[in-house]
Design a protein around this ligand. Structure first.
Ligand code: SF4
Length: 688
């Protein structure tokens, strides 16, 4: 029996555990006590993260679609077809998707392939769908788009303001830190339309309507300034543009009485929250997709930053703006340059000096031009609306047929693709539409690193061989690049050589190597040289902006793109279940997780259910202007009257048939958290 230490493949918390291995099989998971985040503990997803590895339907051989059906092929045949096709398109005709599930090494090689071999910046990944608003918003006001503090640090807080993050279900081991902080006297404030397990662990639940975050945040700041509770010294010494922000939030519109009408939160609750945040030192803000997935996602993020600067809660232990990244490597896939506007380390593709540097470091005479490429959401729109403009899609482990908004629109888009390649571990709903599917190794079958939500770069270690002929993603891409004539630029023999190159070209990773990452604490970036211990807290003395000052932003509240009306009178918000992960490709193949929650549900308030004559467990029809699904109802007091909630994991009742593909104008993130729907009674069935 062997114990192979590694990191959880699910959420951005980045817990560590040992894979128990015998005879090239992973038999189970055992605690690994020394890493600081999990300290030997795991949530249910991590506890059973071995169960999908040896599933009988893992992809083991390349598949080529012939006459509408997949036929198994050799790697040589699949590569020959791919190379021939890739050589036939021009750079603008490509769209590439990297993956927040894959390692840093996989993502780095993927973006390098797009830029050197395909000569396109049309590369993006699912960070677009979860935290692009965070990166855009925080980069502008702090000079860095990352979580400012660390997970352990939350325990030092005296007040934690959780907004738009169901932390106990989505990042359970970060939720544990909230409990520990509370035990040590911290107040927990929770703002969300649902009375989730996180609400149940809080001291104050601000039960708000979806899409009213800026109104709430402005209201809290209005009340703080009105009472003179702002941190004058911090504002004067560390920030700029305070007066323009103040002018906006002090309008009568943001008096708590008016804000109560917009948000649905009782005025005294908001007054209490404002006082706790302002007077508790230090206080931290924690947020996730409830803040980012809106057409005003960037505004929401900037408003959270405003609140924390107003109260002097940046750059200190227990404070900060703490966005919790969704998938295991959302942070890393972005750090690696799996984005249309930046190379690794957020070096801009439009910066000629950065471009020349990358050409020199990569030994390439020509790479993609200095223009920003298309985002994921733009690529889907172009495919749907301008057939032929993008002809070839190359996907690394992404499943937009479940994860993207308005799935009917996504299907129309992908059906217009002339040639699609998908590297996958299972035949996902999206891979089914591909022309060639290449079998990939999963996290337990390869080495590598990934970067958790607090910028900690941790190791994956190979425990078993991939099934059949499956290969690590980076190796597949390198082999194709070599066949395309780029042996010199893709010479890697192993993952360590790729990581060494990442460190050479990426300033924030410059001091890292596999040897240093062997330590259970690993390293948090920025880590600029090999003697640097890594960085737990950003912006201690100065912000990463050009002049070192944090920038306040005047932000006005705007309603969601689609509001309720007499035809569609309920607000739909979407999210995840504690038992499942994203599009369910892994968790629905884990017998334990699948046996706990077998299908989706629509959560509906008791009074709404009464109005519609719907009973708990009854199968109902939910309709939006985009489509309709049938789904069991869960009648509960735990959701606000007038709102419904659907988890998006389940292909038989996919929430994203209903969601809208309206996007934030800056980050291009879709508004998953608010659209208008109606619920209709159809027949009675037992839920479960
Ligand atoms: Fe894995 Fe996240 Fe659970 Fe930790 S909290 S075990 S990283 S799913």
């Amino acid at each position: 029996m062997e114990f192979v230490p590694t990191t959880c493949p699910y959420c951005g918390t980045g817990c560590s555990f040992n894979l128990v291995v015998r005879d090239n099989k992973v038999l189970g998971i055992e605690p690994w006590h020394t890493p600081p985040i999990s300290e030997g503990k795991l949530c249910q997803k991590g506890r059973y993260a071995h169960q999908f590895i040896h599933s009988s339907d893992r992809l083991t051989r390349p598949l080529i679609k012939k006459n509408g059906a997949f036929v198994e092929s050799t790697w040589d045949e699949a590569y020959r077809l791919i190379v021939e096709k890739l050589k036939s398109y021009s750079p603008d005709e490509f769209g590439c998707l990297a993956s927040a599930k894959a390692s840093n090494e996989d993502n780095y090689v993927m973006q390098k392939f797009a830029r050197i071999v395909l000569k396109t910046n049309n590369i993006d990944h699912c960070a677009r769908l979860c935290h692009s608003s965070t990166v855009a918003g925080l980069s502008e006001v702090f000079g860095s788009g990352a979580m400012t503090n660390s997970i352990l640090d939350l325990q030092e807080s005296k007040c934690i303001f959780v907004i738009g993050s169901n932390t106990f279900e989505q990042h359970p081991l970060i939720g544990r830190r909230l409990v520990l902080a509370r035990k040590m006297g911290a107040k927990i404030i929770y703002a969300d339309p649902r009375h989730t397990p996180t609400a149940k662990q809080s001291d104050l639940h601000l039960s708000m309507y979806s899409g009213t975050d800026v109104a709430l945040l402005n209201g809290l700041m209005h009340h703080i300034i009105k009472n003179g509770w702002e941190d004058r010294e911090f504002i004067e010494s560390r920030t700029k543009n305070f007066n323009s922000m103040k002018e906006t939030v002090m309008k009568d519109d943001y008096d708590l009485k008016n804000v109560s009408k917009i948000t649905g939160i009782p005025e005294p609750d908001m007054a209490t929250a404002a006082e706790w945040i302002a007077k508790s030192k230090p206080a931290a803000a924690v947020f996730s997709m409830g803040i980012t997935q809106h057409t005003v996602g960037v505004d929401n993020v900037k408003s959270v930053a405003n609140l924390m600067m107003l109260t002097g809660n940046i750059g200190k232990p227990g404070s900060g703006v703490n966005p919790l990244r969704g998938q295991n490597n959302v942070q890393g896939a972005s750090d690696m340059g799996g984005l249309p506007n930046v190379y690794s380390g957020y070096q801009k593709v439009t910066d000629e000096e950065a471009r020349r540097k990358m050409m020199r470091m990569w030994g390439a005479d020509e790479i993609a031009g200095a223009q920003v490429g298309h985002t994921l959401t733009e690529m889907v729109d172009i495919l749907a609306n301008e057939p032929g403009a993008i002809k070839c899609i190359y996907l690394l482990g992404e499943n937009p047929m479940i994860s993207d908004p308005d799935i009917n629109h996504v299907r129309r888009a992908l059906e217009n693709v002339e040639f699609m390649v998908s590297q996958e571990i299972f035949l996902s709903e999206t891979a089914e539409l591909a022309d060639v599917v290449l079998p990939a190794a999963c996290y337990a079958e390869k080495n590598g690193t990934h970067t958790n939500t607090e910028r900690r770069v941790q190791r994956w270690r190979k425990a078993v061989d991939p099934p059949g002929g499956a290969k690590p993603d980076w190796l597949i891409i390198c082999e194709i690049a070599r066949l395309m004539g780029y042996e010199k630029q893709f010479p890697y023999k192993n993952e360590g050589e790729i990581f060494d190159e990442i460190a050479r070209v990426t300033p924030s990773y410059a001091g890292m190597n596999y040897g240093r990452l062997e330590h259970p604490y690993a390293l948090q970036w920025p880590c600029p040289d090999t003697s640097h211990p890594g960085t737990q807290i950003l912006h201690r003395e100065r912000f990463a902006t050009n002049d070192g000052l944090g920038i306040f932003t005047a932000v006005e509240w705007k309603p969601p793109a689609e509001v309720t009306d007499s035809l569609y009178p309920l607000i739909l918000t979407t999210g995840r279940s504690i038992w499942h992960w994203h599009t369910g490709t892994m968790t629905r193949r884990s017998t334990t997780l699948d046996s706990e929650v077998k299908t989706g549900w629509v959560e509906i308030n008791t009074k709404d259910a009464e109005d519609l004559g719907i009973g708990d467990g009854e199968v109902v029809r939910v309709l939006s202007r985009r489509g309709q699904i049938e789904i069991p109802a869960k009648v509960t007091e735990d959701i606000k009257y007038g709102e419904v909630f659907i988890p998006f994991h389940f292909k038989e009742c996919p929430a994203n048939i209903l969601t809208i593909n309206a996007v934030d104008s800056i980050s291009k993130i879709p508004e998953y958290k608010a659209c208008a729907v109606k619920v209709e009674k159809i027949e009675k069935k037992t839920f479960g």
